[in-house]
Design a protein around this ligand. Structure first.
Ligand SMILES: NC(=O)c1ccc[n+]([C@@H]2O[C@H](COP(=O)([O-])OP(=O)(O)OC[C@H]3O[C@@H](n4cnc5c(N)ncnc54)[C@H](O)[C@@H]3O)[C@@H](O)[C@H]2O)c1
Ligand SMILES: [Zn+2]
Length: 361
């Protein structure tokens, strides 16, 4: 069992990582003195529920907890206010009250949706995260919960922390390989912000990570989450300028994701492209060596990730998206730029530097 305590918000909370953990969630909840209620609402989505709803439900029932379940459609469309209203209706009908628990079993979509509902249902009820994707190692920390508005992704949200997160890497066995690779891009990003050791550890264990069957994946998740915890603790509400470092690879990454049309290029794939393209800007400024840039590119390629823009895409068409980025100040584009493997700094970047990337493929 690997464990990480997150010292954020009014309460500290543990993230526990172990294969097979989903079968023991009930036992863990019984040990938690903060939990008073004996009722739980278990939220999941169809692709995840198919494999993991029953083990979780029976574990909760063995612990004497009365369980109500709701399974929504898979995918981003479920992060909507319409869905919130429907789920709240089911919770009210089930008699879920302030002492009851809401458990979110699934990837980032269910984590964001479940966390948002927990934050507003009766002005807040205890929330437990049960992540089932690699990418969710990122969303499990930082307390950002949200649903989408038709005009903008994640535009209706709040900050709300779980009581605990139980993370079972055994669930990745059923995750499509493309999602596995995409999730690893975010692990690489965390490694690039954490000194050299983690990055070279990833490189040494890349085959084991892709094979999914050793203990390495749990180790990578814990290490990645530790990096995010450290940065978020320093800047919980994104006011001190430290949290923008977590946007490494994301200024260009988000633009690629949006320009391609959401779902065409997966989030982690777009981040992998962004890491290399933004790395070239850092290289151009002499902040990153050619050798380091190649090491980053090679690691992403070894995880089967893309590192160049889709062939029909040009930086010029990505600029308008970058101008809408939340990190910008006074209309200038900002990026987190690497200063060697392991450190980054938020900086202004010029249009010329971005457009020049089209010439350096
Ligand atoms: N709150 C945050 O800080 C934060 C951070 C990053 C991302 N996010 C959000 O997370 C979402 C993306 O997360 P995600 O990539 O986990 O997406 P997801 O929840 O949609 O999961 C990706 C795909 O894998 C399937 N799936 C999930 N777990 C599975 C399993 N174990 N076996 C088989 N199939 C499985 C899902 O049905 C889906 O098709 C986005 O909505 C994004 O906005 C939030
Ligand atoms: Zn990301």
């Amino acid at each position: 069992m690997k464990e990480l305590w997150v010292e954020l918000g009014p309460q500290r909370y543990p993230i526990r990582v172990e294969r097979g953990l989903l079968h023991h969630v009930g036992e863990w909840l019984l040990k938690d003195e903060r939990i008073k209620g004996k009722k739980a609402f278990l939220l999941s989505e169809i692709r995840v529920a198919e494999h993991y709803l029953e083990p979780v439900r029976s574990s909760l029932e063995r612990a004497g907890i009365e369980v109500y379940t709701k399974v929504v459609s898979a995918g981003e469309a479920s992060k909507s206010l319409t869905q919130v209203e429907e789920i709240v209706g089911a919770m009210l009908t089930a008699g879920i009250d302030r002492s009851s628990l809401l458990l979110a079993l699934g990837g980032g979509v269910i984590g964001d949706l479940g966390g948002f509902i927990a934050s507003v249902y009766m002005r807040g009820i205890p929330f437990i995260g049960l992540p089932t994707t690699i990418l969710a190692h990122d969303s499990s920390i930082g307390g950002k919960v949200a649903v989408n508005h038709p005009l903008a992704k994640n535009s209706i949200g709040s900050f709300y922390h779980p009581l605990a997160v139980y993370y079972d890497p055994g669930t990745f066995a059923t995750l499509p390989m493309r999602e596995v690779k995409s999730g690893l891009a975010e692990v690489v990003k965390h490694a690039l912000l954490a000194g050299k050791e983690f990055f070279y550890w990833l490189r040494a264990h890349s085959d084991a990570l892709l094979s999914l069957d050793g203990e390495e994946m749990g180790e990578a998740l814990i290490r990645g989450m530790r990096v995010k915890v450290r940065i978020v603790e320093a800047d919980e509400r994104e006011t001190a300028g430290v949290r923008e470092l977590l946007n490494l690879g994301h200024t260009i990454g988000h633009a690629v994701e949006a320009a391609a049309g959401y779902g065409e290029v997966l989030h982690g794939e777009a981040v992998a492209i962004g890491l290399v393209q933004e790395g070239r800007i850092a290289r151009g400024r002499g902040l990153l060596s050619e050798e380091e840039l190649n090491e980053i590119k090679d690691l992403l390629l070894s995880f089967g990730l893309p590192t160049e823009l889709p062939s029909e895409m040009r930086m010029e068409e990505l600029l308008p998206y970058m101008y809408r980025d939340k990190k910008n100040r006074d209309g200038k584009i900002r990026m987190a730029l690497l200063q060697g493997i392991g450190t980054a700094k938020g900086m202004e970047v010029t249009e010329e530097e971005i457009l020049a990337l089209d010439q350096t493929k």
